[in-house]
Design a protein around this ligand. Structure first.
Ligand SMILES: Nc1ncnc2c1ncn2[C@@H]1O[C@H](COP(=O)(O)OP(=O)(O)O)[C@@H](O)[C@H]1O
Ligand SMILES: [Mg+2]
Length: 538
């Protein structure tokens, strides 16, 4: 007897394992939480690249275990989080650590945690708080072949959007019964979460409608082209002509999102903890309008363990930069790479993170610093005096770098509305009518690009661009002439082709005709020579 006791004292050693998950960018990664109890001075060590929030976790776990009537083992506890090369941050491991300790110390029935992903933050009294990024973690669980996921009740709806494993929602550590080791395996009385329905809801109602905007029909046309083919758009005009008003109404005409896009966007919002409504997938394309004081990190994402920035929050939707020249040069420069790659890469000492950033950039600017408009574009031929010297105008415009301008597909002038149009009785073009054209054009592109995996004309490049942009004779001769006359770059040339493709699609035409190219050319007023021409004589 005394011998047994002696053996127990010296060699008593227990080991257990639970599975939890953390975020890497917007993706979830499964993490093994190993718990070892051995005799020695009571102390807890967490190893495996945990950050401070994870180290603090043990204090929450200790209090929660005690306050729910379990006992916290007075032993030497080692917690290892594997794989060790992933930086663990946040408080989503609390529950996995607590259950790991309870199971290993024999306070839960054996097998309770087999094949189960456990996520949740604990408060001191044992209640379980929701955590960000559950959607991505669920995906990782399904990919990893796990059969069950335990999530905080506050994340239950979100977890129901992913099919492939049983989801159990829990709200308190006390829901685990303190049963003797030989009782049935289901130790927790959480609620089973039903699979959420995947059906698309009806189009949301928008309070801001293009019917509010009088005149500016050519701008509305350009906005339709932009939305239909996801072409970047620049609005240029004097203050008060409705640039902000026009851009803000874009969400009312954007093409619908499919299930895959919807899930991508929802994941980003889940990871950033920026859900407007947790009860459903994000179904509308995002519209982000950051203030011009935003930093470069705010735009592309940042932080010790980076979080998505505005460009990723605008993924599959619109990033609107109102008054573009007011943004800091540094902020604008960081946009260049993601605009080409459609994702952003953020490097940190221990890891490289990638966030999706496939967005439509819409920007607005005044033609000159005083804003009165030296653009030669007064619709009614009016002459408005400007106090800016040509040099000042040049300096103002050079705040936006050439490479960024080069990435704007459509440049559209927004002139003052003549009184006759303001007073006109005819109802202005409404969002509903515009959206019908956009949606039709969107479907046509989906059909055409089914094989190649693209969605929008703006994504065409290289071989696919030549293949899908067949010009008729008139169109190709017009494009050739303008290429020479305007001294176009190859990039500008390709952009014109893509825009012409979208315009032809809006008419349902297979080949691009002369008038499609002609219209596309009109949307390039900032191209070098034209800009110089429209400057006033010094
Ligand atoms: N074309 C228009 N039709 C109706 N209202 C307009 C129009 N243009 C401007 N407005 C009115 O003027 C206000 C200012 O427009 P805004 O979009 O802020 O101009 P900008 O951004 O070009 O300076 C709008 O809120 C709107 O009430
Ligand atoms: Mg404005």
């Amino acid at each position: 007897m005394s011998h047994d006791f002696f053996m127990g004292k010296v060699f008593f050693m227990l080991y257990g394992k639970t599975i939890s998950a953390c975020l890497h960018g917007v993706e979830g990664r499964l993490i093994e939480v190993e718990v070892d109890l051995s005799n020695g001075l009571p102390q807890v060590n967490i190893v495996g690249l945990p950050d401070n929030a994870v180290k603090e976790s043990i204090e929450r776990v200790r209090a929660a275990i005690k306050n729910c009537g379990f006992s916290f083992p007075l032993q030497r506890i080692t917690i290892n989080m594997a794989p060790a090369d992933i930086r663990k941050e946040g408080s989503a491991f609390d529950l996995a650590i607590a259950l790991g300790i309870l199971a290993t110390s024999g306070q839960l029935p054996p097998g309770t945690l087999d094949d189960t992903l456990v996520i949740g933050e604990l408060s001191l009294d044992g209640s379980i708080r929701p955590v960000p990024g559950v959607l991505s973690m669920m995906e990782a669980a399904v990919k990893g072949g796990l059969s069950r996921v335990i999530v905080p009740a506050g994340n239950a709806e979100e977890a129901g959007w992913i099919s492939g494993c049983t989801v159990q929602a829990v709200s308190h550590l006390a829901e685990w019964s303190r049963t003797p080791p030989d009782s049935p395996a289901l130790a927790v009385t959480g609620t089973l979460v039903p699979q959420a329905s995947a059906s698309m809801p009806a189009q949301a109602a928008y309070t801001d409608d293009y019917a509010d905007v009088r005149g500016q029909s050519h701008v509305k046309r350009a906005l339709m082209i932009s939305a239909a083919g996801m072409h970047n758009l620049m609005l240029i005009g004097p203050p008060g002509t409705g640039k902000t008003m026009l851009a803000k109404r874009l969400p009312s005409i954007l093409p619908s999102m499919d299930e895959r896009e919807s899930l991508e966007v929802t994941k980003i919002y889940s990871v950033s903890g920026k859900f407007a409504d947790r009860s459903r997938l994000v179904r509308e394309r995002p519209f982000r309008m950051p203030h011009h004081t935003i930093s470069a990190a705010g735009l592309v994402g940042g932080g010790g363990v980076p979080k998505p920035g505005e460009i990723s929050l605008a993924h599959r939707g619109v990033l609107f930069l109102d008054e573009l020249p007011e943004f800091s040069r540094a902020a604008l420069e960081v946009l260049r790479q993601p605009m080409e790659d459609r994702f952003v890469t953020i490097g940190r000492a221990k890891a490289v993170y990638q966030f999706p950033a496939h967005f439509l950039l819409v920007a607005s600017m005044n033609p000159c610093p005083c804003g009165s408009g030296h653009w030669g574009i007064e619709a009614d031929g009016g002459d408005i005096s400007c106090v800016c010297s040509p040099l000042k105008v040049m300096q103002y415009r050079s705040r936006i770098s050439g490479p960024l301008l080069d990435r704007m597909d459509l440049h559209v002038e927004v002139p003052r509305v003549p009184y006759s149009q303001l007073a006109c009785q005819e109802p202005p073009l409404s969002s509903l009518t515009m959206r019908e054209t956009v949606e039709r054009t969107h479907q046509l592109q989906l059909e055409r690009y089914r094989q190649s995996g693209l969605m929008f004309n703006s994504e065409l490049n290289g071989r696919l661009l030549r293949e899908h942009c067949q010009l008729d004779a008139a169109a190709s001769s017009l494009l050739e002439k303008s290429f020479q006359a305007l001294g176009m770059s190859v990039r500008s040339h390709d952009r014109i082709l893509k825009i012409a493709r979208t315009i032809a699609d809006m008419e349902g035409m297979r080949d691009i005709a002369g008038h499609h190219v002609a219209e596309a050319l009109q949307y390039r007023c900032l191209d070098k020579r034209q800009t110089l021409r429209s400057l006033p004589p010094a």
